[in-house]
Every structure is written in structure tokens, then in C-alpha cells.
Design a protein around this ligand. Structure first.
Ligand code: PAP
Length: 295
């Protein structure tokens, strides 16, 4: 990985980040979904897409989410070709655009802030995030006939701050502090709170994104319907999420299924020792100390 302005990137990703910082032109009505990898990007894309497009797509059997992978429906700003293998011309998309990024807040074009673009940030317990990434990297490595990192190596690096788009805590802190300063433009969410009450998060997302649920939608159970449509169980049961793939700039191919594994909170206990978990908790607590952000 290469360090750029305090954050770590794989070389191919850094190319996209640099390109985005020059070529991406924010619009005031853009909605940006920001995450670190493996924090629930796929889920957030599904939820935000379904919430913001419900007036045109409804929630029926012909909904795009039932035939398209969430990564195909919401393009990344800096990962070219992630939207189903073709490079999306972000400038040609109609407003309001729903976009995603893994970039730290400080690397987004300054207009994102000055124009007041709405940002939804989703983070996740770092132990589960690390475990999820390790599985992901091992699956990709196996596809290429190689071996991925061991838990011990990945853990050691993560604790030192080396993770894609990391240090993990600095990435969270930037968005956290912005969300405290400007809660009307940054909504800060945790994977665990969506898991606990997805319908509640659907309502929060809808209000934050300027499309609150109407009384009629409330009485017809729209929040629960959206939550169900975007659930791990529904998405993993769809053919589109079992076959096909996502290409990143024609250089890396991801099977659609690789973005789904267990979708649980606390799976880290099955993959790292109690001592490792406690050590990582201590490091993260120390790094976040005084910010008000806790995991
Ligand atoms: P990405 O950054 O590469 O797109 P991302 O979607 O952020 O990955 O994270 C994948 C994790 O979200 C996986 O977690 P796990 O490895 O602990 O299982 C994946 O299972 C989980 N995930 C994907 N979709 C959903 C969903 N609809 N509900 C809950 N978790 C989900």
C-alpha cells in the first residue's frame, strides 16, 4: 500500500482517488454514501437506493434491486468500472445522484462540503470489519490460485493502522467530527444499529435524504418492506447476487457473491482470540479517546 495524505491505498485505488480529486465535480444535490471497505457498503447502497427511488420504482417484483447487484446501482466516485464492469460517466448522470466512496472525508473535493452535499457514513466494529476483509482477500487470492494474508499478519497490520483507506480510526474520526459539526449534512451510522433495527434506520435515512415516509407509507409498513427487501436473507437469495461479477477497471474481477458472507455482528470471536479482540479494542479506544465515538 501507498500512503497518501495520511491514508493507505492499494496503488490501483490510489490512481482512482487522484483521478477523482481532479475530475469529479460535486453537485449540491449529490448524496454520497461513505464507508470503509467491509463496513456494510453493499447494504447501505441497497437501503439508500431503495429509499430514494421508491417513488419511481415502488417496492414490487420488478424492483431493480431484485435483478441488479447494489454495486451496479450505485457507482463509486473513485473506483472506476465497479458498476457492473462499465465505467460510469458520473457527469452524465441525472440529478440527484446517489454515489458511493471509500475515500476519507479530507480527500473528497472541498465542494462536497461547501455545496452542502449530503453524506451518509457507515462504520462497523473494527474487529468484524477486519475479519470480513480477511475473508474477502482470501477468497480473491484463492480465485487467483494464491494465498491471502494470515489473521496474525492482517491483525498486526490493522493495529498499526495499515488497512485499505485506513488507518481505520482516522477514517471514522474525520466523518464523525464532521457529523457532529454539521449533522444536517452528515448522517453517521453504525452497521450494528442497522442490524438491531433496520426499519428505524430506513426512517432515519428517508428523513435525512429529504424523502420522509408519509403517513400512508407508515401505515402500509413501508419501512419494514424496505428493510426486508435489503436484508441479507433477501439479497443472498437472489440469482443476481449468486452469479455474475463486478470488474474494477478491467483489472480485478469480483464475483457478485463475494460481497456477502455471514452478515452478522460479533463473528470476530470465531476468527481471533479474546486477547486479540481486547488488544484491538484498547487501541481503537485510545485512538478515539475524547471524540465521543465508541464501538
Ligand atoms: P465492500 O466494501 O467490499 O463493498 P461491504 O459491503 O462494505 O464490502 O461489506 C461486506 C460485509 O457486509 C460482509 O460482512 P461479513 O463478511 O461479516 O459477512 C457482508 O456479509 C455484509 N453484508 C452485505 N450485504 C448485507 C446485508 N444486506 N445485510 C447485512 N450485511 C450485509
Amino acid at each position: 500500500m501507498i500512503q497518501y495524505k495520511g491514508f493507505w491505498f492499494k496503488p490501483m485505488i490510489l490512481e482512482g482517488v487522484l483521478l477523482a480529486s481532479r475530475a469529479f465535480t460535486p453537485r449540491a444535490d449529490d448524496v454520497v454514501l461513505a464507508t470503509q471497505p467491509k463496513c456494510g457498503t453493499t447494504w447501505l447502497k441497497a437501503l439508500a437506493f431503495t429509499v430514494t427511488t421508491r417513488s419511481c420504482h415502488g417496492l414490487g417484483a420488478d424492483h431493480p434491486l431484485l435483478t441488479c447487484h447494489p454495486h451496479h446501482l450505485v457507482p463509486y466516485i473513485e473506483i472506476l468500472g465497479a458498476a457492473g464492469g462499465h465505467v460510469v460517466d458520473l457527469g452524465a448522470l441525472p440529478s440527484p445522484r446517489l454515489l458511493a466512496t471509500h475515500m476519507p472525508m479530507s480527500l473528497l473535493p472541498p465542494e462536497t462540503r461547501s455545496l452542502g452535499c449530503r453524506v451518509v457514513y457507515l462504520c462497523r466494529d473494527p474487529k468484524d470489519t477486519l475479519v470480513s476483509r480477511l475473508h474477502f482477500e482470501n477468497k480473491l487470492a484463492a480465485q487467483r490460485g494464491g494465498a491471502g494474508p494470515s489473521m496474525d499478519d492482517a491483525f498486526g497490520m490493522f493495529c498499526e493502522g495499515f488497512s485499505p483507506y485506513g488507518p481505520f480510526w482516522d477514517h471514522c474520526l474525520e466523518y464523525w467530527e464532521e457529523s457532529m459539526a454539521r449533522p444536517d449534512t452528515i448522517l453517521f451510522l453504525k452497521y450494528e444499529e442497522i442490524k438491531l433495527n433496520p426499519a428505524r434506520v430506513v426512517r432515519r435515512l428517508a428523513s435525512f435524504l429529504g424523502v420522509p415516509l408519509t403517513e400512508q407509507e407508515e401505515s402500509s409498513g413501508v419501512a419494514d418492506k424496505v428493510a426486508r427487501m435489503c436484508s441479507f436473507e433477501t439479497l443472498t437469495g437472489l440469482e443476481v447476487n449468486q452469479v455474475g461479477g463486478v470488474s474494477h477497471g478491467n483489472r480485478v474481477h469480483f464475483d457478485n457473491s463475494v460481497f456477502y458472507r455471514k452478515g452478522e455482528v460479533g463473528d470476530w470471536v470465531n476468527h481471533m482470540s479474546r486477547e486479540m479482540g481486547e488488544k484491538l479494542d484498547r487501541i481503537v479506544q485510545q485512538k478515539l479517546h475524547g471524540s465521543g465515538l465508541v464501538f
